[in-house]
Design a protein around this ligand. Structure first.
Ligand SMILES: C[S@@+](CC[C@H](N)C(=O)[O-])C[C@H]1O[C@@H](n2cnc3c(N)ncnc32)[C@H](O)[C@@H]1O
Length: 271
């Protein structure tokens, strides 16, 4: 199965079964830096890893909702796009796609900087880091990117460089269910694609709101798992964006992406 076919499994809601089957066929090579879970700003990328990422991604700022952000992504011009996924030496490269949920969140933050200005922001499941980058560009006082994939962490450092930003702190620890941090805002792009993950997120986000009054913004293009999850009835629609043609083509059947505010008792305050 080639990379672009693998993407469809996620869109069709079969990511979990597929990922499990795929992982049982091969193990990810061990990564020395996986042991260190928190990278403070200024962490550098291992030269071999940098070379791999640079060789196997393309710098792009088109075909998505935020042309002002440059990203290294896997595109049809990259060799792995057409190759069998078995040949990809690391875990599923979610970070190599700029997902519609993250696109909508980033667009919203760039257009409404007051949402993050002077605030501390956690980008949970940050992938390529575009939403965290949008938060930095819009004046957030503190940004932490969190993704359990260490390669995503490396890709985010490269993406910060591309946008002439000092890399923000990154943590690759699974923080869902851990102690609630003092975040003003948590943003989550395309994170409700798996029922178990969605349940864990729902529980933890509720705790963040209850204990810290954290604001929560969720970007999602209307995935089946998200629409049918019980969190959906407690969301307030903030804005809906029509997806660019190439994002539509890559996201089988999805035409728009929505930013939702999760405030169980009241909706997000204005700027
Ligand atoms: C569909 S991608 C979305 C990436 C990005 N937010 C975007 O919209 O482009 C989901 C990301 O969540 C990460 N992820 C999955 N489970 C996670 C967890 N428990 N904690 C943090 N990140 C997680 C994956 O590694 C992946 O990069």
């Amino acid at each position: 199965m080639a990379f672009h076919d693998w993407k469809l499994f996620l869109f069709l809601g079969r990511q979990n079964a597929f990922a499990k089957a795929w992982r049982s066929r091969k193990g990810s090579p061990s990564l020395g830096w996986k042991r260190c879970c928190h990278w403070s700003a200024g962490k550098s990328v291992d030269p071999e890893m940098r070379a791999f990422l640079e060789e196997n991604t393309e710098i792009t700022s088109s075909g998505n909702l935020t042309p002002e952000i440059q990203l290294r992504l896997l595109t049809p011009r990259c060799r792995f796009w057409h190759k069998k996924l078995d040949l990809w030496p690391y875990g599923d490269p979610f970070w190599a796609i700029y997902w519609p949920g993250g696109q909508a969140l980033s667009r919203y933050i760039l257009d409404n900087p007051c949402v993050v200005k002077g605030r501390s922001v956690l980008d949970l499941g940050s992938g390529c880091g575009a939403t965290a980058i949008a938060a930095v560009m819009s004046g957030a006082s503190q940004v932490l990117a969190n993704d359990i994939d260490p390669i995503a962490g490396m890709a985010m450092i490269l993406n910060c460089e591309l946008n002439h930003l000092n890399p923000f702190p990154i943590t690759i620890k699974n923080i869902i269910n851990s102690e609630v941090g003092n975040w003003d805002l948590i943003v989550l792009g395309d994170m409700f694609y798996d029922e178990q993950l969605a349940d864990g997120l729902h529980h933890w986000l509720r705790k963040c709101i209850r204990i810290r009054q954290t604001k929560v913004l969720i970007g999602d293009p209307g995935r089946h798992e998200f629409l049918r999850h019980r969190i959906h009835s407690q969301l307030h629609k903030v804005v809906e964006y029509s997806l660019p043609e190439s994002t539509r083509q890559e996201n089988n059947g999805l035409t728009s992406s929505i930013v939702w505010s999760y405030q169980p008792s009241n909706s997000l305050e204005g700027c």
